[in-house]
Design a protein around this ligand. Structure first.
Ligand code: FAD
Ligand code: NAD
Length: 473
């Protein structure tokens, strides 16, 4: 039986990073990946590179350029005539970026001598992995350690069965070849907001149906309120407390039935995106006698170091507890590779940044004010609006705010929440600050270049102690 020090199952951002780090550390490594892209070609990179983070950000950027050209550039004194939109070209650009990025992982595997085994992986007893190639017979491989990184897939709901035409999931929402006149989205979560923004900027009338009565419940309340205000101003219609009960597809569209506090309602749209969360990929992944334990929600059960109940078998990324974020999975991949190599791997789960790539962007790290208050932690907080930030004004992007929350007694930063321009980039500074256990005073006393958006973060930190310069405290 062929053997490897490490066999990784799944080559998304969790698995491919684990495989590269293991190989860097001198371990013989194979990575089994069964994905085929829409051209039928085997591809590395998982959900993130093929149908997730990267293609969605490509379309968010394209749609942002188009929207700015029409709606923001005139304010700068620039007008363009005969503006046209070629959705097929936009999708083709997105596809090329995906091809380049997934091809890049293939090259990294070659450079690091990671064997890419194209097909299906299944865990058997005794750290034996059964590999079934796309074409060919199953083969048994012996692993010193196994890393399961099989990711997740969209949750489907009976009330809105996908037909790939009128009713699609997030992957289908990346493939529209024209702008739907009316677009419905079930779920006003991260995917609903990002994909809703893409098609809204390109001209669709977008309605989001959200079951919860609170908008963006995971975000800080103040930021969520501001986000809802901004999105509604842009024309995204967000209907909260909407429980979808059924859908009817006709040649002219989809009629969605739902209930809210006013009773039974209907909504007719041309396309409907179902974005109600994702579930872990565990089907046909392990033999019954492998004794791998799942938790009550169907995720693979792991401890803080991603060790499963079987010694030497680890699980990382979306298939285990924690936020379904690419960078969280990648960090777990590095941790387990280092642990397998006998080093001290570690993930700080308290400093995982979250980003929603809407306009304005939303980003946060650490805990929200409502969570800290519920836990009776004494806090002080400070905010600063981008309206008073020179760079944001110059960019014509002066919306939103930065908010810093610190412990009332120690001043240690417990959470930073930003809604505004380039929040995705601004959050990195405070992630680093929290990683070093910074106080709000540390951020406030750090020199920030002028004029930059980052000054808003500094002013929010100053504002914790009512010392902000560019606002009345
Ligand atoms: P995946 O990326 O799902 O990869 C798992 C891989 O394992 C897949 O390629 C699958 O084919 C393979 N596999 C599964 N079972 C087997 C098997 N038995 N044998 C062989 N191979 C197998 N996150 C962010 O952090 N930022 C974003 O901007 C972002 N945007 C997103 C946008 C969209 C539209 C979506 C859907 C997701 C987005 N995410 C984003 C989430 C992110 O994509 C996931 O958190 C991330 O991909 C999880 O990585 P993973 O490696 O755990 O799993
Ligand atoms: P999500 O959990 O962010 O949002 C799903 C929303 O659907 C929730 O608000 C939920 O209340 C609602 N919902 C659930 N069932 C419903 C129903 N029957 N009717 C109406 N609403 C319903 O999940 P998502 O948007 O599908 O994204 C999946 C995962 O992918 C997320 O965990 C997210 O972390 C990840 N992701 C991350 C990014 C990013 O980091 N920028 C982008 C996209 C996706």
């Amino acid at each position: 039986m062929k053997s490897y020090d490490v066999i990784v199952i799944g080559a998304g951002p969790a698995g491919y990073v684990a495989a590269i780090r293991a190989a860097q550390l001198g371990l013989t490594t194979a990575c089994i990946e069964g994905y085929r892209n829409k051209d039928g070609e085997p591809a590395l990179g998982g959900t993130c590179l093929n149908v997730g983070c990267i293609p969605s950000k490509a379309l968010l950027d394209s749609s942002d350029q188009y929207h700015r050209l029409l709606h923001t550039l005139p304010t700068h004194g620039i007008t363009a005539g005969n503006v046209s939109l070629d959705v097929k070209a936009m999708i083709a650009r997105k596809d090329q970026i995906v091809r380049d990025m997934t091809g890049g992982i293939k090259q990294l595997f070659q450079a690091n001598k990671v064997d890419w085994l194209q097909g299906h992986g299944k865990l058997l007893d005794g750290k034996v992995v059964e590999f079934t190639p796309h074409k060919g017979k199953p083969e048994k491989l012996q692993a010193g350690s196994v890393v399961i990184a099989t990711g997740s897939q969209p949750i489907e709901i009976d009330a809105a069965p996908l037909d790939g035409e009128r009713i699609v999931d997030s992957s289908g929402a990346l493939e529209f070849t024209s702008v739907p006149k009316r677009l419905g989205v079930i779920g006003a979560g991260v995917i609903g907001l990002e994909m809703g923004s893409v098609w809204s900027r390109l001209g669709a009338e977008v309605v989001l149906l959200e079951a919860q009565t609170t908008f963006l419940a995971a975000a800080d309340n103040r930021i969520a309120r501001e986000a809802q205000r901004q999105f509604e101003k842009q024309g995204l219609e967000i209907r909260l407390g909407a429980r979808v009960t059924g859908t009817k597809v006709t040649s002219r569209g989809v009629t969605v039935s739902y209930e809210d506090d006013k009773g039974q309602q209907t909504l007719t749209v041309d396309k409907l995106i179902v974005a109600v969360g994702r579930r872990p990929n565990t089907e046909n992944l392990f033999a019954a006698d492998s004794n791998l334990l799942l938790d009550e929600r169907g995720f693979i059960h792991v401890d803080d170091q991603c060790q499963t109940n079987i010694p030497g078998v680890y699980a990382i990324g979306d298939v285990v507890r924690g936020p379904m974020l690419a960078h969280k999975g990648s960090e777990e991949g590095i941790m387990v590779a280092e642990i397998i190599a006998g080093k001290a791997g570690h993930v700080n789960y308290d400093t995982i940044p979250w980003v929603i790539y809407t306009d304005p962007e939303i980003a946060w790290v650490g805990r929200t004010e409502q969570a800290l208050k519920a836990a009776a932690v004494p806090i002080k907080s400070g905010t600063f609006n981008f309206a008073a930030n020179g760079r944001a004004r110059a960019m014509e992007s002066a919306v939103g705010m930065a908010k810093v929350i610190a412990h009332a007694e120690t001043d240690r930063v417990l959470g930073v929440h930003i809604i505004g321009p380039m929040a995705s980039e601004l959050i990195a500074e405070v992630v680093l600050a929290m990683e070093f256990g910074a106080s709000s005073e540390d951020i406030a006393r750090t020199i920030h270049a002028h004029p930059t958006l980052s000054e808003a973060v500094r002013e929010a930190a100053l504002s914790v102690h009512k010392q902000a310069i560019h606002k009345a405290n």
